[in-house]
Design a protein around this ligand. Structure first.
Ligand SMILES: [Zn+2]
Ligand SMILES: [Zn+2]
Length: 378
């Protein structure tokens, strides 16, 4: 098995063979609701005494055992420092055995070795989950109903970015069962959607009007033999038909089709832990893995409007302008007499100062292409 999976960065639970059998998400939710008491998934916090009384009744432990359990399981007993000492939260104790501390130490060492300081992006990433935990909506109609199902989904970098195939998932999103696949699609940010194709050295001002997302709106998800096409806009095409016809001609088991916008997450039949596909811009293919399906909890973010909820995002180093080294590259040029290299990357300001006069007339010979940095979405 190890030989088949040389990539140690992919955790064991995401290996191809480690997945559940296919199941229908809505039915899964219903099964849970049939078995649980409404108080089990209620957002109302049960008061502690009732909880303990129920616990004693269900387990049949005596009052003495209960008192002992309470003190042993208390958060106060979770310490890795002497009782009378106030610990420095930034310092990981030596030789930690707790996995969270081991990870934290590794991260701290990495930062120390690379002299990385926390910037606002890191702080934001760390905060992503904390900011939304337990968040309630201002308007009660936006409250996620009790007993709603929540899916955790990892979306990976497209395989074409070779550099990133060894990375962890690009982003992790939480979706509720009532959200549609189209809402899922809109939450996936990929730089291919922002790409501008064409040479614009004569008309640099019109370039932003040519964003791929506005021109090529077709996309599909592929789950368990079904292509879910985005057909929301008149210019959308069914781009799954080529594969379906190809499979039909070769006597493969038939694939079916449905519309992304008409399919809720709860309607899907899927395997948890299994790699599925999201395809857009013709051939930008992302793996999509559902890693968890569960009922909502009162400590979740309960504001429906904040979903699909981003809980993790991988950050990429941005490519800076070759002239100022400050701003992110927006243009690259070729055959450029002013450029130190071919191709050469410029920020918008340096590009225009170097290549056009005050009236905006092109100076000299060069070809200019809009450039969208992969880190632009950070
Ligand atoms: Zn993409
Ligand atoms: Zn610049």
């Amino acid at each position: 098995m190890a030989a088949a999976y040389p990539n140690a960065n992919i955790p064991v639970y995401e290996l191809a063979e480690v997945n559940t059998k296919p199941f229908h998400i809505g039915s899964f939710r219903q099964e849970w609701l049939n078995r649980l008491e409404p108080t089990d998934y209620s957002y109302q916090q049960q008061d502690e005494d009732t909880f303990h009384a129920n616990f004693v009744e269900e387990t049949g432990v005596g009052a003495e055992t209960m008192a002992e359990l309470k003190s042993i399981c208390s958060i106060d007993s979770l310490r890795c420092h002497p009782e009378d000492q106030q610990p420095d939260m930034e310092v990981v104790p030596p030789d930690p055995t707790l996995k969270t501390l081991i990870q934290r130490k590794r991260r701290q060492d990495y930062r120390a070795s690379r002299k990385v300081t926390k910037n606002r992006h890191d702080i934001y990433a760390d905060e992503l989950e904390r900011l939304t935990a337990g968040k309630r909506p201002e308007d009660v109609t936006d409250l996620i109903p009790e007993g709603e199902v929540i899916l955790t989904i990892n979306v990976y970098y497209p395989a074409v970015f070779e550099k990133f195939t060894y990375n962890r998932s690009h982003m992790t999103l939480l979706m509720t069962g009532s959200h549609s696949l189209a809402e899922f699609r809109d939450a996936i940010c990929c730089v291919s959607d922002l790409q501008v194709c064409g040479e614009f050295s004569n008309t640099p001002d019109v370039a932003p009007d040519f964003i791929s997302k506005d021109h090529y709106k077709s996309a599909f998800f592929f789950f368990e033999g079904v292509f879910y096409n985005d057909m929301r806009f008149p210019e959308c095409q069914d781009i799954s038909v080529t594969t379906i016809e190809w499979a039909k001609a070769r006597n493969f088991p038939p694939f079916t089709q449905a519309k992304m916008e008409d399919t809720r997450m709860a309607d899907l039949k899927v395997k948890v832990g299994f790699p599925y596909l999201y395809c857009h811009q013709g051939d930008c293919e992302h793996l999509v893995i559902i890693t968890d399906v569960r009922l909502s909890h009162r400590s979740d973010c309960l504001d429906r409007k904040l979903f699909p909820l981003l809980t993790h995002k991988h950050r990429i180093v941005t490519q800076k302008c070759a002239v100022c080294h400050i701003f992110i590259g927006r243009w690259f040029t070729t055959n450029d007499q002013f450029a130190p290299s071919d191709p050469c990357l410029f920020c918008d300001k340096c590009f225009r100062m170097l290549h056009y006069d005050a009236q905006g007339n092109k100076l000299g010979d060069f070809l200019a292409y809009p450039y969208v940095d992969r880190g632009a979405y950070n």
